[in-house]
Design a binder for this molecule. Structure first.
Ligand SMILES: [Zn+2]
Length: 308
């Protein structure tokens, strides 16, 4: 048995996972990230004990507890060097957990986007592939790179930041301080920004009559034939495909997995992305990777963490 914990900015989700990568039971608690880290550690201990109870096993049956967390972990020491979402700086996470649960548990730590990518490779949309890249289109643009079955994150574990490659030189200001990053054009936040701009320019559009704009509403408007919404989505998917083309040219993976709320649109987003990437990618005459949407949702992070 293994336990995977997805420590997010909103919730701490944990699952008991068997060796066949099935999640047997799940629990979660609100993160309340404004609390001191010790309180969050306390809740993580509660979740581990709760899952052990629910699974009717003992702590000694748990061979590994893996944690996926936002930010930059130092895997060798189990410290979180920096996490913007949690407002953490040099937090000795694994040491604090091991002190509360001194049971010989094997603890593992990695970035949440890397855990999600590993989860999709092991048990989801990229199952069976050894070279896969996951791009998560959410509030930001997350990246997870799996090369030869292993997470690749650079010498300092801060790599795989696919969202922070510039695709429009001198473009929109990004959260990282640069201008024109993929994140500023391919995140859900960017889609909404583009839709707001279109709504101002086209007062006749359905986009202009919405109280609040979100990804779903924009896709629904396009589906209903709204030309401003269609143009926004076409432009948005162009940027997504530009980013994917860059990634394919560098890594040539077997599979590109697209995650985030927008992946619920399935083939509607995949078809135009595949078409653009297939005609733009460097070695198109040789091969073009499969492009699929994520299938595990939030469970990817739990399964990936459990099998770090
Ligand atoms: Zn950036």
């Amino acid at each position: 048995m293994r336990i995977g914990i997805d420590l997010g900015g909103t919730n701490i989700a944990a699952g008991l996972v068997d060796e066949q990568m099935n999640i047997l039971c799940k629990m979660s608690l609100p993160t309340q990230s404004e609390r001191p880290y010790q309180a969050i550690v306390e809740d993580m201990v509660t979740l581990v004990k709760g899952l052990v109870n629910m699974g009717n096993i003992s702590l000694s049956d748990v061979r590994q507890v893996g944690i996926g967390c936002p930010g930059t972990p130092k895997k060798e020491t189990g410290d979180i060097l920096f996490s913007n979402n949690l407002h953490w700086h040099n937090v000795p996470l694994l040491a604090a957990l091991a002190e509360k649960l001194p049971s010989g548990i094997h603890w593992k730590l990695d970035n949440d986007a890397n855990c999600a990518a590993l989860g999709e490779v092991l048990a989801g949309a990229a199952r069976g592939s050894r070279y896969a890249i996951m791009i998560t289109l959410g509030t930001g643009v997350g990246g997870g790179i799996v090369l030869d079955g292993q997470i690749y994150d650079g010498v300092n574990h801060a790599g795989a930041e696919i969202g922070h490659m510039v695709i429009v030189s001198g473009g929109e200001l990004c959260t990282c301080g640069r201008k024109g990053c993929l994140e500023s054009y391919a995140s859900a936040t960017a889609l909404i920004r583009m839709a707001c701009e279109a709504a101002r320019e086209h007062p006749e559009s359905m986009l202009a009559s919405q109280e609040t704009l979100n990804g779903l509403v924009i896709f629904q408007a396009a589906e209903a034939g709204d030309s401003a919404a269609k143009a926004v989505i076409q432009q948005y998917l162009f940027y997504v495909a530009e980013g994917i083309t860059n990634v394919v040219n560098i890594f040539q993976p077997e599979v590109i997995v697209i995650g985030g709320g927008i992946c619920a649109q399935g083939e509607k987003i995949l078809q135009p992305i595949r078409a653009q990437v297939a005609q733009a990618v460097f070695c198109k005459q040789v091969s073009v990777p499969k492009m699929v949407t994520a299938t595990l949702g939030n469970d990817a992070g739990i399964i990936g963490a459990a099998f770090l």
